[in-house]
Design a protein around this ligand. Sequence first.
Ligand SMILES: Nc1ncnc2c1ncn2[C@@H]1O[C@H](COP(=O)(O)OP(=O)(O)OP(=O)(O)O)[C@@H](O)[C@H]1O
Length: 246
Amino acid sequence: MTDILQTEGLGISFGGLKAVSNVDLAAKANSITTVIGPNGAGKTTLFNLISGALKPGYGRVVVDGRDVTGRSPAELQHVGLARSFQITNLFFEMTVRENLRLAAQRLEPVRHMLWPPRRTDRAARKVAELIDRFDLAAKADEQVGTLSHGEQRRLEIAMCLASEPRVLMLDEPTQGMSHSDTKDTARMIRDLATDVSILLIEHDIGVVMEISDHVVVMHQGQKLAEGSPSQVRADPAVQAAYFGQG
Ligand SMILES: Nc1ncnc2c1ncn2[C@@H]1O[C@H](COP(=O)(O)OP(=O)(O)OP(=O)(O)O)[C@@H](O)[C@H]1O
């Protein structure tokens, strides 16, 4: 399998703090790569560096063989990298279908936007597919503000997929969810990896162990270990830095 996303010696410091220090990461196509680590380990900062929210101090970000270091989130969307910002991208007074329709809009060639009879085809198909895939049919015409927290989180992920990215970054997708919503969301994320490569930050170790193909452990800004879920779990350095905490 080829690497769809790589970081090479990536890092940034805030004053004297090495928040992310010289991190090499490689995510395989159509797999789930999960970044774990204790609070303050540098996971979110690493995501910010990859997704263009922060400019790296040094190092490179490569998506599908292209150097995209320092590009803006909008530019990265064009090379197929999308990041879910939890529920902050949702329009709460619009329906689920309308939210998805807006997110799918960029699938339409510009000439179709100017020619109404052809306009809806591809985006409408995508919206229908996402409603089905994310179990949102019963809520499709409800205002987003009336949905449960778990449904809103699922919709946010669905909206990221509307633009058909090749890499999807999810930052703690099960945070604040009930046990049953967590299980459903984990299953959906696992299913998604058949068509999109997923880079995940996840605190729920049960979810990490169940759905990850590859786990990268961060500690004090550095990559401490990586491997399969069971390899990482058995690593004494990881146990001391992370699992040993609980
Ligand atoms: N903009 C910033 N300015 C200064 N320090 C920062 C900034 N962003 C993050 N940090 C610091 O960098 C370190 C790494 O933070 P980061 O949020 O990346 O960790 P994390 O692993 O995502 O933690 P958590 O699991 O608690 O979300 C922390 O010490 C944090 O205080």
